[in-house]
Design a protein around this ligand. Structure first.
Ligand code: AMP
Length: 307
């Protein structure tokens, strides 16, 4: 069972009400692969500059993560993102995006990256996502993430790739931005109508909604007293969610609902510290113990409804 991710490996500068960092390891593919590796082997396809050296690459070490698909461009700089959060930690304000090595990136999938069980097209240029899809063979499940930056600048390309995937992850605000619908359910339906089987809407501290056929599954976020840095919450959610799914034989709805809870658990750990600091420290046991707490949190006894 395997999973391939293509996306950004990055340096981030982050400011939250609780502190700031100027050059932390980030990137959607980085967060995703570390999160997914708790459940299944992962192969990463991405690009870095020579400023992302052996020390930074240690983030992938000691885990079942194949990094042979990370290209290093000599003399060039790694993707850089600067984001800020106010007290509403659900909203990231992008202050700077420097594509650097991503500007000329032509992803090349080797044999190890083709025909994975699950392919995750993390948040990057939708034209690159499409190119990867053409090379990927026949994954059982193709999932895609995006963000406001690409909805603004490359909506037609994004729609093209959306027509060829199975599952999409998107933020609540991006559902509204993409669909032009104020109501989230109507907006989600409009996106599903493009030809997507499953839509997972991330709602920050309010949890997740999964739309599949005519059914909706709702999960809360794990209630945390201290959220330090929400960067990577979406990607670690995707990593836990798709990593768990890739480790299962059948992608039934029961498994998909469990996967939503595993994704929520991994994301809840990630936001407790800056960058990937918290993910570096946790184990599969920590994930399972919070999974059990999650079950207790959402459990209630049923009773006979009166006719
Ligand atoms: P999220 O999980 O949504 O908080 O994603 C955070 C990560 O996305 C950061 O570590 C950034 O490096 C990365 N990122 C931000 N903007 C972009 C972009 N336009 N393309 C690719 N990756 C991005």
């Amino acid at each position: 069972m395997s999973i391939t991710v293509v996306g950004s490996v990055a340096f981030d500068a982050i400011q939250t009400p609780f502190g700031s960092v100027e050059k932390a390891i980030g990137g959607a593919a980085t967060y995703f692969s570390v999160a997914a590796s708790f459940f299944t082997p992962v192969s990463v396809v991405g690009v870095v500059g020579d400023d992302f050296g052996a020390e930074e690459m240690k983030i992938f070490a000691g885990r079942t993560i194949d990094t042979s698909g990370i290209e290093r461009v000599p003399g060039a700089k790694t993707f850089f993102w600067r984001g800020e959060y106010g007290y509403d930690l659900n909203v990231a304000q992008t202050k700077d995006t420097q594509l650097n090595v991503f500007a000329d990136f032509k992803p090349k999938l080797g044999a190890v990256h083709r025909d994975p069980n699950v392919l995750f097209l993390a948040n990057i240029d939708p034209d690159l996502q499409y190119e990867v899809l053409q090379q990927a063979g026949r994954p059982k499940l193709v999932a895609l993430d995006t963000m406001n930056y690409w909805i603004d600048s490359k909506k037609a390309s994004l729609e093209k790739v959306m027509r060829s995937i199975d599952l999409m992850l998107i933020n609540e605000a991006e559902v509204r931005q993409f669909s032009g619908e104020a109501n989230l359910i109507k907006g989600a339906r409009a996106i599903l109508d493009i030809g997507i089987d499953t839509l997972v809407v991330k709602r920050g501290e309010y949890g997740v909604l999964m739309f599949h056929d005519d059914r909706i599954f709702a999960a809360p976020a794990y209630p945390l007293e201290s959220v330090f840095d929400p960067t990577g919450a979406g990607d670690t959610f995707a990593g836990g969610f798709l990593g768990y799914l890739a480790s299962r034989k059948h992608l039934t709805e029961v498994e998909m609902r469990r996967a939503i809870v595993f994704g929520s658990v991994v994301a809840s750990y990630n936001v407790e510290a800056f960058s990937l600091d918290r993910l570096r420290a946790i184990s599969r046991d920590d994930i399972e113990s919070r999974y059990r707490e999650f079950r207790a949190l959402t459990h209630f006894e049923d009773f006979e409804l009166e006719a």
